[in-house]
Each structure stands twice: as C-alpha cells, then as structure tokens.
Design a binder for this molecule. Structure first.
Ligand SMILES: NC(=O)c1ccc[n+]([C@@H]2O[C@H](COP(=O)([O-])OP(=O)(O)OC[C@H]3O[C@@H](n4cnc5c(N)ncnc54)[C@H](O)[C@@H]3O)[C@@H](O)[C@H]2O)c1
Ligand SMILES: [Zn+2]
Length: 405
C-alpha cells in the first residue's frame, strides 16, 4: 500500500493570501523570518486577515535561515504560553520548517529533538493546533510537504524531520509574496525545486500519482526559471506554482542522495565562512548524481523520459542522460551558480578560489560521506552508494570531475 498526502486546502494565485480570512479558530500565531515579510507589508496583511476572521494574533519573528534546534525550542515555548489553535507560518522554507518543528514540540512538550528525527515516527498532531503555510520563496515547497529541515549547529548537520503528520492543513501559494525575492534567491530556490522534481521522478518510491507532478514541474521550471531570474514576474508566478507541484511529487515519492549530500555539506564548512546554500548545493550535485544513478537501468530509462518530456533530443538513453546533464549545467551557468564546491564563493556565486580549502574538504570527506549515506533521503535513491562510492562522488562534486563509476 502507498500513501499520497497533501494539505486539505491549497489556495493559489494572485491575492490568495486573503484565504486567511476563512480560517476558523480563536488564536493564531504567525511565525516569520528575518524581516522580508514585514518590510513588504505581507505580515501586516496576514495579521489583518486573521483578525478579520475573529482571531487573536501573536507574532513570532526572527526565525533565522537554516533554523536551529534552539529556535525551535524557543518558539515552542511561546506557543505553549499563547496556546494558539492555528499556526500560520509565512516566509521561506526556514521559518515554515521551524514552525513545523515548534508545532511538534507544542503538541508534545516531552518530545526531544532526537525523537522528532525518527523518520515517520512523529506522534499525532492536531490535538492543539492546525497548520497553515504560506511560502515566499519558490523552492522548498514545504507548504505541501511532510518534511522539515532543522540544523544542529553543535554537530554542523542538517536533520530532515519526516512524517505526513507535519504536512500542513492549508497551503497558500500567492505569487505576490515571491515578487520581492532577490535574483540569487530565485536561482537557488528554483534549482532546489528542479532537484526535488528530478529526484522524485527517479526515486524508488515514485508512483503513478507523483510522476505527472514531477514531469510537469520540470517542464515548467525549464520554461520559467531563467526568465524569472532575469526579472519576468509572470514567469516568477509560474515558478511559484511549479515548485509547489514538485513538492507535491517529492513529499509522496521522497528524494535521493543529492539531498543527502546537500544536507551533510550545507553547514559543515561554516567555520570557513562557507555556508553552502541548500539550492546551490543541489544544483552543483544533481548532474553528478544523475550520472552515478544512471548505472541503474531503471533510473537511466526514467532520466530518458525526463529528457524526452522536455524535448532535449538524444537517440538512446545514454545520450539522453548526457543531454539532461548538459542542460542542467547550462541552467547553472545562466543562473550564476558554480558547478563545483571548489569554485563556491561568496554569496554562492562562482569564484576562482572557493571558500572550502582542499585539505579541509579531504580531511572531512570520510565523515561527510558516512553522514550522507545515513541521511533519511538515501533510502529512496535508485542506487545506494558504498562509503567509497560516496567519497568518490563528493570528490567529483568538489573538483567538477566526470562520474565514471
Ligand atoms: N521542508 C522541506 O520539504 C524542505 C525542502 C527543501 C529545503 N528545505 C530547507 O529550507 C531551507 C531553505 O529555505 P529557502 O530556500 O526558502 O530560504 P530561507 O527561508 O532560508 O530564506 C533565505 C533568505 O531569503 C529571505 N527571503 C525569503 N523570502 C523572501 C522574499 N519574498 N523576498 C525577499 N527576501 C526573502 C529570508 O529572509 C532569508 O534571508 C533550508 O533549511 C533547507 O534545508 C526544506
Ligand atoms: Zn531541497
């Protein structure tokens, strides 16, 4: 038996934020990030709509990018005091993910972070509150997914929490919130969405329900991401939908080792000033992983389907895999994303000499590889790498080498 779970209600399109008026409850806490939502007036609008719905509103501000365990615990404490029956999380993946984890702790005060990390082991929620998510970036699709990514900075590791319990009840996908994204954010979150769709399509947990969502979103991202990056707001609106479709696919089909590697490299070089932004990590690793996975016959055929669906040409599946890789690398170039870690520079832009020194990378490689293998996303990858293969793959991602194993 397979399960396919999405929010009960998905409001989308320009002005969808107004759907907040339809929520039924007494108290809502709005969880937001660093200030983009406030500066652009969306926080005020959300507060006003909720008040119109008759709710008392509390705001929890300042959730940092790549939220920490400490922030989660702090937010849960505020929820325990305020006792909301709606949690409204608005912003990028970070505040929404943090709010999901706060929700778990609010409903189950005795739970530890380690217990939250047990995949598909989250206890029943919704005894105290329901959850509404409103994305302002076009990538993570956390508004429709069963996931939340929280960083343990003492270990420098990102932990994906996974359970359909944390799939939101309501998602509001209003493209006006995405209009203020700086170009770099458009690029990174857009390639995150592309990676979600490609990984979901070749995942061992793919199914008839997820395939059309994955393929259609890949096509939409191909048609809209670069134009959105260059300022076309109609394409940006389409990207907001495309990333949500990709999320609907991967929340139910799961992901693969591109995400395992991104989770385990994101914060591990923080001491060298190299925070490898999630979407940029995915963009760099995806072409390498496609080549690695294409040794699996089923995966190769599926990459061929993707190439066909987006019209890349190619006479056989090997050619189609290579064309898909070339196409993704070209997108990285057009979006100003480096192709490899050794060229990953300030602000995630390509640099002659990247942040991560070679000796530091090589020194940490065995433990990064081991952690990546044990990441929750590895189980559904079409090919399970050995420690040696994962180290080789990560080296290809560092030096931009061809994958031939
Ligand atoms: N839960 C999931 O299913 C899932 C999937 C993929 C990634 N993630 C996680 O999500 C996080 C990344 O989220 P993200 O990429 O959405 O970025 P983010 O939430 O970390 O935000 C990045 C920056 O963009 C700013 N910002 C957000 N929206 C803006 C807007 N409309 N205009 C101007 N600035 C804006 C924020 O203030 C912040 O400074 C990572 O921790 C990643 O691991 C989660
Ligand atoms: Zn992602």
């Amino acid at each position: 038996m397979k399960r396919f779970t999405l929010p009960r209600d998905l409001y989308h399109g320009e002005g969808a934020l107004e759907a907040l008026k339809t929520l039924d409850g007494k108290k809502a806490i709005i969880c937001v990030g660093g200030g983009a939502m406030k500066r652009n007036g969306f926080l005020q609008k959300a507060e006003d709509y909720l008040k119109e719905a008759g709710m008392e509103v509390r705001i929890f501000e300042g959730i940092e990018p790549d939220p920490s365990v400490e922030t989660v615990m702090r937010g849960a404490q505020v929820m325990t005091e305020f006792e909301p029956d709606w949690i409204v999380a608005m912003g990028g993946g970070s505040p929404i993910d943090a709010a999901k984890a706060m929700w778990i702790k609010y409903e189950h005060p005795e739970i530890t972070f380690e217990q939250m990390c047990v995949v598909f082991g989250i206890p029943k929620l919704r005894n105290k509150a329901r959850f509404c998510a409103i994305p302002s970036t076009s990538g993570t699709a956390t508004e429709v997914t069963a996931f939340s990514v929280i960083t343990d900075y003492t270990k420098g590791i990102k932990y994906p929490l996974a359970d359909f319990e944390i799939t939101p009840d309501v998602a509001i996908v209003d493209p006006s919130l995405a209009e203020t994204m700086p170009a770099k954010l458009v690029a990174h979150t857009g390639m995150d969405a592309m990676t979600h769709a490609v990984e979901a399509y070749v995942s061992t947990a793919n199914c008839n329900y997820t395939d059309p969502l994955a393929l259609h979103s890949i096509k939409m991202i191909k048609e809209n991401l670069v134009k959105s990056y260059n300022g076309d707001m109609s394409c940006r609106a389409d990207m907001h939908d495309a990333q949500c479709l990709a999320g609907q696919a991967f929340s139910n089909a799961l992901l693969g080792i591109v995400h395992s590697m991104a989770h385990k490299t994101g914060a591990i070089f923080e001491d060298y000033g190299a925070h490898i932004i999630h979407g940029a990590a995915n963009a760099m690793y995806l072409p390498k992983v496609i080549k690695f996975n294409s040794k699996d016959e089923t995966a190769k055929v599926r990459y061929g389907h993707i190439a066909d669906f987006i019209g890349l040409g190619g006479n056989n599946d090997d050619e189609k895999v290579d064309l898909l890789i070339a196409f993704l690398r070209k997108m990285n170039d057009e979006l100003n994303i480096p192709q490899s870690i050794n060229h990953y520079g300030a602000n995630g832009l390509p640099a002659e000499t990247g942040f991560v020194p070679e000796e530091v990378f090589l020194d940490r490689l065995p433990s990064i590889a081991a952690n990546a293998i044990s990441d929750a996303c590895t189980g559904s990858n079409p090919r399970i790498p050995t420690q040696e293969e994962m180290e080789k793959l990560l080296k290809c991602c560092y030096y931009d080498l061809d994958v031939d194993f």
